[in-house]
Design a protein around this ligand. Structure first.
Ligand SMILES: Nc1ncnc2c1ncn2[C@@H]1O[C@H](COP(=O)(O)OP(=O)(O)OP(=O)(O)O)[C@@H](O)[C@H]1O
Ligand SMILES: [Mg+2]
Length: 279
């Protein structure tokens, strides 16, 4: 496993495709998300918490990134800033080259709705809506007709193994099934980036691993980048990159070599071995 210091030129280490197998070097397009010198302070002077303290991070298209680190080190804060949910105290986030800070509230909402998907620990499904309605609501809010959104939503639910459950409410689903609805909802808008915060935290290990593989595979198939916060090294191991945070900074980065078809076990199946990442 490679250990690569994170620098502003980190996209150059994101070798996927033929280069990883000794083929011609891969030319990488601009990152889908690019964060520079992010700092975040909560509260006032005296009671201030410095949650982020100078984070630089590039996220390549269709790549998968795990964000690890001890409780309170700033993982969720980073995720929310990258997703435009929180504004940083200082620093910049660019999505497709556009600075999030330059967008008004409406444009940020539109960006979150159209370009980003979210999977959080408890799924955050609306309990009064059916599985299908949960999936299609954000699409309809984004201006898609009910008919189109319904056809797409049914397709996603079926693809995630939820045939026959479209009309159930979240309370009538198991935790794993509800999580799959949340994944369908996150992916239905064909987002460029899916953000997941402890997506398997509430599930048993077997169900969690299955969900995770579905999340990673569907992101890969649809060309979405995945940014996932997790405490669990086994969960992080399905991602190609891992950054380990400490006290609001990125302390280390690990890049797994891309697996090539027919080359035995996927690199994603290798455990994260460096104990520094798992602390
Ligand atoms: N709204 C807030 N107001 C004040 N402090 C906050 C707020 N949100 C987070 N913090 C503080 O910022 C720091 C980073 O919090 P964050 O939620 O990003 O950590 P985390 O790495 O996601 O932790 P965990 O693994 O426990 O979820 C913590 O010290 C936390 O107490
Ligand atoms: Mg958190």
């Amino acid at each position: 496993m490679n250990s690569t210091p994170l620098t502003s030129s980190s996209p150059s280490v994101l070798a996927t495709g033929p280069a990883a197998a000794g083929g011609p070097p891969t030319v990488h397009p601009a990152p889908v998300l690019s964060a520079r010198r992010l700092a975040m302070t909560y509260g006032e002077q005296g009671t201030a918490t410095h949650a982020l303290d100078g984070v630089d991070l590039d996220i390549a298209r269709a790549d998968s990134l795990a964000v690890m680190g001890p409780s309170g080190c700033g993982k969720t804060t980073l995720l929310h800033i990258l997703a435009g949910i929180l504004r940083p105290t200082s620093g910049t986030v660019q999505h497709d080259g556009a600075d999030l800070a330059s967008l008004g509230d409406r444009a940020r909402t539109r960006l979150r709705r159209n370009d980003f998907g979210f999977v959080f620990q408890d799924g955050q499904l609306l309990p009064e809506l059916t599985a299908l309605e949960n999936v299609i609501l954000p699409r309809m809010l984004a201006g898609i007709s009910r008919r189109t959104a319904t056809a797409e939503g049914r397709g996603w639910l079926d693809r995630l193994g939820l045939q026959g459950m479209h009309d159930r409410r979240p309370t009538q689903l198991s935790g794993g099934q509800a999580q799959r609805v949340a994944i369908a909802r996150a992916l239905a808008g064909r987002p460029s980036v899916v953000f997941a915060d402890e997506p398997t935290g509430a599930l048993d290990q077997g169900t969690g691993q299955t969900m995770l593989q579905i999340l990673v595979d569907t992101c890969r198939e649809s060309g979405a980048s995945l940014v996932m916060v997790t405490h669990d090294p086994q969960v992080a191991a399905v991602c190609r990159r891992t950054v380990a945070m400490r006290d609001g900074r990125i302390a280390q980065e690990f890049v797994r070599p891309a697996a090539q078809p027919g080359q035995g076990p996927s690199a994603a199946e290798q455990p994260v071995q460096d104990p520094a990442v798992t602390r």
